[in-house]
Design a binder for this molecule. Sequence first.
Ligand SMILES: Nc1ncnc2c1ncn2[C@@H]1O[C@H](COP(=O)(O)OP(=O)(O)OP(=O)(O)O)[C@@H](O)[C@H]1O
Ligand SMILES: [Mg+2]
Length: 375
Amino acid sequence: MFGRTSEAPVIEADVIAALSTVNDPELHRDLVSLNMIRDIEIDGGHVTFTVVLTTPACPLKSVIQEDCERALAGIPGVEKVTVVWDAQVQRDNRLSSQVDVPVKNAIAVGSGKGGVGKSTVAVNLAVALARRGATVGLLDADLYGPNVPLMMGVTGERPVSRDGKNIEPIEAHGVKLISIGFLVDAKTPLVWRGPMLHGALRQFLGDVNWGELDYLIIDLPPGTGDVQLSLTQALPLTGAVVVSTPQAVSQADVVKSIAMFQLEQIDVPVLGVIENMSGFIAPDTGVSYDIFGSGGGRTVAEDMDVPFLGTIPIDPAVRIGGDEGIPIVISAPDSPAAKAIDTIAADLAGKISVLNFNKPKERLFQADPDLSILS
Ligand SMILES: Nc1ncnc2c1ncn2[C@@H]1O[C@H](COP(=O)(O)OP(=O)(O)OP(=O)(O)O)[C@@H](O)[C@H]1O
Ligand SMILES: [Mg+2]
């Protein structure tokens, strides 16, 4: 592509002009006006520059790289192009303007139905985003059946407080996490009354030293009840991911879950539907069997006019990874299930960038005064 020689030296203005013809494939604006180009260095025919992405989990890096190379190939004298990658995750300005926590984006993983794989998806999405370079927190908001410590391999850990006020999250697999499971005996049945529930969620959000997080993933309990309501009132969520299985019985619950997030007083954008336990690929033959059917998640997404994020197959390694505390994106990263989750994580990060980019600045969140962690 390169190799056209020129007597005149390559100059920065030509590089900028060429890069201003390259669009970010998701934001549909050029890289220069998006302020994504930094540190241009020219050494003879070798041009090096940094592209600051809106997420380190960007699914379209290779497209951007090729487009930049093609644009610079048009400049006489350019022989080699080196792109250095950096990322700065966009803040959800609704969240940052209303709540005093250093979390750039909060994403809830929910579903109307129990046992469809919400916690599995939440844990693996969090780890996948962290492996892609993002700073990630995981909040186990399933106050009735907290599974995240088991799935992350940290049962028995106890968070400590350094200042006697705030507690330090537990770190596992590159993710900071907090769960009621760290604070109570696993055998004790938890009976929450409304105000206690609010108080616990509020503490998990405000009294934990999360540090600066690109993404806080929140694992919700099943249903459309108190926890979901409290959470959406305490913290303006950037968006919600709804997990379904292929069966019709799950779809009806998914519809309810999506409708709940879309209620006017909740107003959480649904980032999309994931169909989990979608087909089983026999590891010995590679043949796919539709144990619970397939396609139901996509149908619901289309019916409800929300994005469909993809399917995750049934894989015993997913369950084993959950039981043993090593999420499948780490224990078997090349398995179809892990690859599916990783692709969904990148797509989700891209969707969040687009959402933040397009978010009207005036869309204000009215925190419930009793719950607001501003106070
Ligand atoms: N794709 C999959 N392949 C195989 N097993 C899976 C898959 N997804 C989830 N599982 C297993 O199914 C069980 C239920 O998953 P999980 O606990 O994540 O569901 P949940 O929706 O969070 O449940 P709850 O409603 O109780 O919170 C777990 O044992 C998990 O390991
Ligand atoms: Mg769960």
